[in-house]
Design a protein around this ligand. Structure first.
Ligand SMILES: NC(=O)C1=CN([C@@H]2O[C@H](COP(=O)(O)OP(=O)(O)OC[C@H]3O[C@@H](n4cnc5c(N)ncnc54)[C@H](OP(=O)(O)O)[C@@H]3O)[C@@H](O)[C@H]2O)C=CC1
Ligand SMILES: O=C(O)C1=N[C@H](C(=O)O)C[C@H](O)C1
Length: 268
């Protein structure tokens, strides 16, 4: 089966990684890609943007143009761009999307869920196999270790990342909350500063580091008075997210409308 894909944010770090991975895999045909209206990359060849041979397809600023002959929309951009694209896709033939954009508000997440009533959407804060496997281990550890173990999630990313905590940290926090059978909204401890008071019992804490070119590191520490268990993941190359996103595109291409996770894609 060959799946035709359109890549939003084609000149971005993830856009370029997805185009490069798809170009090397004959299960995919690149149908189009977008960039912002005032982007220097508009009109540039998608293959060249990804550092390879030209495809004869230029980056467009219109979702309709990029999606003309696409089956699946892949979007790793900004929350606003992703939601605008989902709205525009309603008047195209595209019936499936893979959404990796992070930093969405609760209201923006609800709009993605709404779009999933029309098309099949795989959405994940992290498309790597390792992180999705780790989420299962975190759920298990949180279920087995009692409330006496404080849960602290630390993430580190490159200096250009604009949102915190990362989508992955939140995904791992959700897994920990599920393991404890509590809601993350009610237990989440946001960034600490000043006279914070003592740590509340049962809280799930988050901390973020930003620097240089870190691709994405995540630690989930279970801390008791006497010992610490830490579950970790380190991404060494963002190609791992691109490969996962393409696996999700293949999986979702023939699925009915609905909101799916990477756990669904991987059968975890
Ligand atoms: N779920 C996962 O596994 C992963 C998720 N991500 C997430 O993906 C997102 C993108 O990350 P990354 O690639 O590093 O970021 P980049 O900033 O490198 O890429 C985003 C691209 O989208 C472009 N863009 C912005 N607005 C529009 C628009 N309206 N239409 C079309 N293109 C637009 C940007 O253009 P310009 O620069 O000109 O504004 C940029 O080229 C982030 O939210 C990140 O957290 C990243 C890695 C893995
Ligand atoms: O912005 C990034 O780079 C990444 N974003 C995702 C996140 O927010 O967790 C996934 C990965 O960690 C890289």
């Amino acid at each position: 089966m060959t799946v035709s894909i359109a890549v939003a944010g084609a000149a971005g770090r993830m856009g370029r990684a997805i185009i490069a991975a798809a170009a090397a895999d004959n299960r995919f045909r690149l149908a189009g890609g977008t960039e912002r209206t005032d982007s220097h990359a508009l009109g540039m060849d998608l293959g060249a943007l990804a550092g390879g041979d030209g495809f004869g397809i230029a980056a467009a600023d219109s979702v309709h143009t990029a999606a003309t002959s696409a089956d699946v929309w892949l979007d790793f951009t900004t929350p606003e761009a992703t939601l605008d694209a989902l709205d525009a896709l309603a008047s195209t033939q595209v019936k499936a999307a893979v959404i990796g954009t992070t930093g969405l508000s609760a209201e923006q997440e609800a709009r993605v869920a709404d779009a999933a009533k029309r098309i099949a959407i795989v959405r994940s804060g992290n498309f790597s196999l390792g992180v999705n496997l780790l989420a299962g281990l975190v759920r298990q550890a949180a279920a087995k270790l009692g409330q006496g173990w404080d849960i602290e999630i630390t993430e580190a990313h490159h200096r250009r990342k604009v949102d915190a905590p990362s989508g992955t940290a939140l995904l791992l926090g959700e897994a920990a909350a599920q393991g404890r059978d509590v809601s993350l909204d009610n237990t989440r401890l946001k960034l600490r500063e000043g006279i914070t008071g003592e740590r509340p019992d049962g809280g799930i804490g988050f901390s973020a580091i930003r620097g240089g070119g870190i691709v994405g590191d995540h630690d989930v520490a279970f801390v008791s008075e006497r010992e610490i268990v830490t579950l970790s993941h380190r991404a060494l190359d963002r190609a791992v997210f691109a490969d996962g996103a393409l696996a999700a595109a293949l999986w979702v291409a023939d699925k009915p409308p609905g909101l799916y996770s990477m756990q669904d894609v991987l059968g975890l």
